[in-house]
Write a protein that binds this ligand. Structure first.
Ligand SMILES: Cc1cc2nc3c(=O)[nH]c(=O)nc-3n(C[C@H](O)[C@H](O)[C@H](O)COP(=O)(O)O)c2cc1C
Length: 187
């Protein structure tokens, strides 16, 4: 009962913060999500990892090239070498594209879309997630250690874990520019 009341108050706060009513689970997940930094050490289940990977596999790509490979790093030592201050239980998925991609190929965009699909999937499952590119140069300098498939280079890293529910999602999220500043409509 207490939990239900909390959820109700929490939803009302979110609606208040965004000024939009939450009517659809996907829309809710996107509007209310944020990139978590604080996690508990509860391990991510293999079932959730598989569902998240299914969403990566299903991502759209230019000419349906699906140029990506997904490397799931479960080993805590290796996770810590990618993300400093990683929490035990965090999993990192490295999203890689072919090194040989010709100029003009949309490999980075395709990999980014697969990353975002998996990011949203993780949030949709009630997990926390954060996308990283800062550690990518370091990963690519040691591709064998991270078992990046031959001929591929990492493009992004997606950190997944059980987010610390004590963190307030509204204040944890970074501010966004005003929509009016970003959108122009041509009629
Ligand atoms: C392409 C990309 C690269 C990112 N790289 C990093 C990173 O290296 N380190 C980091 O802490 N966050 C990184 N982020 C997370 C962003 O900082 C975060 O998405 C943004 O601040 C919005 O935060 P919010 O989702 O919590 O509102 C990255 C996000 C994207 C989309």
């Amino acid at each position: 009962m207490k939990k239900l009341a909390f959820l109700l108050v929490f939803s009302l706060l979110l609606v208040g913060a965004y000024g939009q009513s939450a009517t659809n689970e996907v829309i809710n997940t996107i509007l209310n999500g944020y990139s978590a930094r604080a996690y508990t050490s509860e391990p991510v289940s293999d079932k959730d990892i598989e569902l998240i990977l299914d969403c990566g596999v299903k991502a759209p790509s230019a000419r349906n090239a699906q140029p990506w490979k997904f490397t799931v790093i479960k080993n805590g030592d290796l996770v810590g070498q990618i993300i400093r201050n990683a929490t035990p239980g965090n999993v990192v998925i490295l999203i890689s594209g072919p090194e040989s991609a010709e100029q003009g190929m949309s490999v980075n965009i395709d990999c980014a879309l697969a990353t975002e699909s998996m990011f949203i999937a993780a949030l949709g499952l009630g997990l926390g997630a954060r996308i990283y590119t800062a550690p990518i140069a370091g990963v690519n300098a040691r591709k064998q250690d991270f078992q990046i498939p031959e001929g591929y280079r990492a493009v992004t890293a997606l950190r997944i874990g059980h987010m610390d529910k004590n963190v307030d999602a509204v204040t944890a999220a970074s501010p966004r520019k005003a929509k009016a500043e970003l959108v122009n409509v041509v009629e």
